[in-house]
Design a protein around this ligand. Structure first.
Ligand code: NAP
Length: 289
């Protein structure tokens, strides 16, 4: 069993990005600038945004966090999005999800200029990705593709089961793995809460991507020998430590890992790859401008 080390892989990619940025700055250009909009005071969202800010600093990007109260109206948030769309000093921006219940996330995502949509959530980018055109690809599936590529994992003709069909992970993941390219060329099955006999599907899979948000959902007896298992899940479960919680993936690592050819750990697998993919998208946005 080989551990797919997302932390190390992300560091190697970050180094390449940092070199490109220092080249840009040396030739008199300004570095890429990523802005994050954070609404309310959700602890996990704050941690994610601060991690992204740290990653920006590590590669030489400028980054800004804009904080808004939980009570901000949808109209005011859309005005902020429009202001950033028009700001020449901003290359890309992200709106940290989830948003408070009174705000329609789709309306906010649709207001972002597709050229600054480094999260790859705008329908124009999703559509371009589905058509195999140049686009910003949602950071988590993009990071998983980079990880598969980095380890040279064969995907052509493989049966891949994606657990979860969210717009930001499962659905784009299934699409990317079925594209006519490497990594890709898989035969893909997408499972969700209405799927009958999920274990029947996963037991036939060469590659499993688990993105459910159900801690330790995938057990050893649901996986065939030699499978590649990618664990996207991040759930905070109460724990008797300083933080009061620990992070648990969607895969029961101890029973699944011994059967795998490759597996991602949690933490240190998909998480760091997601952040570095956002950095890659931001660099691309800067390049386009
Ligand atoms: P989501 O929007 O809640 O979607 C979850 C998907 O899983 C849905 O399609 C749902 O089915 C399905 N599902 C839930 N429980 C199920 C069950 N018991 N059996 C079968 N299907 C089930 O979640 P998400 O945003 O895709 O995120 C998934 C997980 O990945 C979360 O733990 C999240 O924190 C994590 N995540 C990690 C990263 C990272 O960087 N590592 C990035 C993003 C997300 P229905 O569609 O039928 O409801």
């Amino acid at each position: 069993m080989i551990l797919l080390n997302g932390k190390e892989t992300a560091e190697a990619i970050k180094k390449q990005i940092a070199e490109q940025v220092s080249g840009m700055v040396a030739s008199g250009e300004r570095p890429p600038h990523l802005v994050a909009l954070l609404v309310g005071d959700n602890g996990a969202s704050r941690t994610y945004v601060e991690n992204k800010e740290r990653a920006c600093a590590a590669v030489g990007f400028k980054s800004t966090i804009l904080r808004y109260p939980e009570s901000i109206s949808q109209a005011d948030l859309i005005s902020e999005v429009e202001r950033l769309n028009a700001d020449d000093g901003v290359d890309g921006f992200i709106i940290q999800l989830p948003l408070p219940g009174h705000i329609d996330e789709n309306k906010i995502i649709n207001a972002v200029s597709p050229d600054k949509d480094v999260d790859g959530f705008h329908p124009v980018n999703v559509g371009r990705m589905c058509l195999g055109e140049d686009s910003f690809v949602s950071a988590t599936p993009y990071g998983i593709m980079l990880l598969l590529e980095h380890y040279g994992i064969e995907t052509s003709g493989k049966h891949c089961v994606v657990l979860g069909r969210s717009n930001i992970v499962g659905r784009p993941m299934a699409n990317l793995l079925s594209r006519k390219a490497y990594p890709g060329d898989c035969t893909v099955t997408m499972c969700h809460s209405r799927t009958v006999d999920i274990a029947g599907h996963t037991r036939k899979a060469d590659i499993i991507v688990a993105a459910l948000g159900v801690p330790e959902f995938l057990k050893g007896d649901m996986v065939k020998e030699g499978a590649v298992v990618i664990d996207v899940g991040i759930t905070r479960v109460p724990a008797d430590n300083d933080k009061g919680y620990r992070i648990v993936g969607d895969v029961e690592f101890d029973s699944v890992a011994p059967k795998c050819s490759y597996i991602t750990p949690v933490p240190g697998g998909v998480g760091p790859m997601t952040i570095v993919s956002l950095m890659k998208n931001t660099l691309k946005a800067r390049g386009r401008r």
